[in-house]
Unconditional design. Structure first.
Length: 498
């Protein structure tokens, strides 16, 4: 995990010189205190006017949507004669707030300020930041305009501003009428924390070299990555798993704030350091684990270790980091990793071939990533317009479309025959090594195991079949004719049984 995370960092920073991997100081780029710009509050404020601008399912490009919204603002404010020489350090934060004031949402604006101030220390930098922002709102509260250079920014914010996206997600998936500013703020600040990590900063700085404002880099990245669609998909999985909105907020906070861990390792330089110390001392370096993390190295029986395993599982079952999970046999059974994983790498072949099935079964579950990708591939072109839960709608369409011809009620939620996406099995091995034959033999045993499953005296049947030295075609034909299908009956067929 340490080496994979190290390589991920190296690829981001490889052109930079004099980078010290072990430097631990990092100053966050998105700050809400001191002399830092007020502009960053634009990412946080849940502008009601922009939330109400729907993001429909459409074939239009992102740029076309932005241009349409720019035109809407231009039509609204073009008739007002204003001084365009207004660019300052606070207008990007002020614009979405004033937009709500102009549209009669003054109570909404000051309720938001009240909740923010109530949760900030009166003598703290954030409190002073908010007071300053509120003063600027009061200065311009009678003005009924937004400078034209901000139209595109507001259009972009309506698509991918974190505070706006989380509020819109809440309305679509939990339909809570009374908006809880504190819960929305918790998720938004957790997202800000994710972007305030050194590796996130390095990625965005490399991706947008000509952009000087980090908050604008974050907004651009969210637009390109379709932040709204990403959190909506995750919200669907949480809400249909029984999560209340408060529980979902807690999960978002946990996975967005997932902390980087470290593992001990030794470099050549460590040996030299050890020689200078007294005998018996162990001198280790550490590697950061963020892109990839280990599972199963935690001490059994340790409450903190048990909680860490739970946190790792939850974070991996999210659209956020970590993106690689290196697991011991602890992850082979009983834990599901199917929400956002479709690729299994077998670092070693297990002694029991059935364990291959167990490992890959972790990502082959209800509404798995593979199933959702196939659903989207086949049915996304039949959906247009606005839907509160797009995934609920698309699964309903798939269910109706397949009900007459499917052989099992596992379709479409557990499995879908159409679509190009597959669970990927990767087995690293040297050419002409023993592993090559071991894998071939293991897969043969596995196919026969599926045939023997559900039969009496399975081990004897399996041994007998293996001794026959059948070809792949013979195994396939025999499996087709003798296999016992344990899948649930199709509901429509079950109704016809007398």
């Amino acid at each position: 995990s340490g080496l994979i995370s190290y390589e991920a960092e190296r690829r981001v920073l490889y052109k930079k010189k004099n980078i010290d991997y072990f430097t631990k100081t990092y100053n966050p780029s998105l700050r809400f205190e001191g002399k830092s710009s007020l502009d960053v509050w634009g990412l946080v404020y849940p502008c009601k006017t922009l939330i109400d601008m729907p993001l429909d399912i459409t074939t239009k490009s992102t740029e076309e949507i932005i241009e349409e919204r720019v035109q809407l603002f231009d039509n609204k404010f073009s008739s007002i004669n204003i001084n365009e020489d207004l660019e300052s350090r606070y207008w990007y934060a002020l614009a979405p707030i004033l937009l709500d004031v102009i549209n009669g949402e003054e109570d909404f604006v000051f309720s938001w300020f009240g909740s923010q101030l109530a949760n900030a220390k009166e003598d703290g930098g954030r409190y002073k930041h908010l007071e300053k922002l509120q003063e600027h709102v009061q200065e311009h509260i009678e003005d009924k305009y937004i400078p034209s250079y901000l139209y595109r920014y507001l259009a972009e914010l309506s698509i991918a501003g974190p505070g706006i996206c989380f509020t819109r997600m809440n309305e679509q998936y939990w339909s809570i009428d009374s908006l809880n500013f504190n819960l929305i703020n918790d998720m938004t600040m957790a997202a800000i924390t994710m972007f305030n990590k050194p590796e996130s900063d390095a990625i965005l700085t490399k991706k947008y070299p000509s952009e000087t404002k980090y908050w604008q880099m974050v907004l651009n990245y969210n637009i390109e990555g379709d932040f709204q669609a990403m959190i909506n998909e995750y919200a669907h999985l949480l809400s249909t798993s029984g999560f209340s909105f408060e529980e979902a907020v807690g999960r978002f906070k946990d996975v967005l704030g997932f902390r980087t861990s470290s593992i001990a390792c030794q470099f050549e330089e460590d040996k030299n350091k050890k020689q200078k110390k007294r005998a018996g001392d162990r001198v280790d370096s550490t590697l950061r684990c963020h892109y990839a993390v280990p599972l199963g190295t935690q001490k059994a029986g340790d409450d903190k270790a048990t909680q860490r395993v739970s946190n790792i599982r939850d974070a991996f079952n999210s659209p956020f980091r970590p993106f690689v999970l290196n697991s011991t046999s602890i992850g082979q059974e009983g834990l599901d990793f199917h929400w956002y994983c479709s690729r299994v790498i077998h670092w070693n072949l297990p002694g029991n071939p059935i364990d291959i099935e167990q490992r890959e079964g972790r990502v082959n579950r209800y509404k798995s990533l593979v199933v959702r990708r196939r659903i989207a591939e086949i049915y996304s072109n039949v959906i247009e317009g606005k839907h509160d839960d797009i995934w609920m709608k698309i699964f309903k369409i798939a269910n109706e479309d397949t009900k007459d011809n499917r052989e099992s009620d596992l379709v479409p939620y557990w499995h879908l025959t159409q679509g190009s996406t597959k669970i990927e099995r990767i087995v690293p091995m040297m050419p002409m090594s023993r592993e090559v034959n071991r894998l071939k033999e293991a897969l043969k045993i596995l196919s026969l195991y599926r045939l023997a499953f559900g039969q009496p005296r399975q081990e004897e049947l399996l041994t007998n079949l293996l001794e026959r030295d059948m070809s792949d075609k013979e195994i396939k034909d025999m499996t087709k004719s003798l296999v016992i299908n344990l899948a649930p009956l199709v509901h429509q067929k079950r109704e016809n049984i007398k």
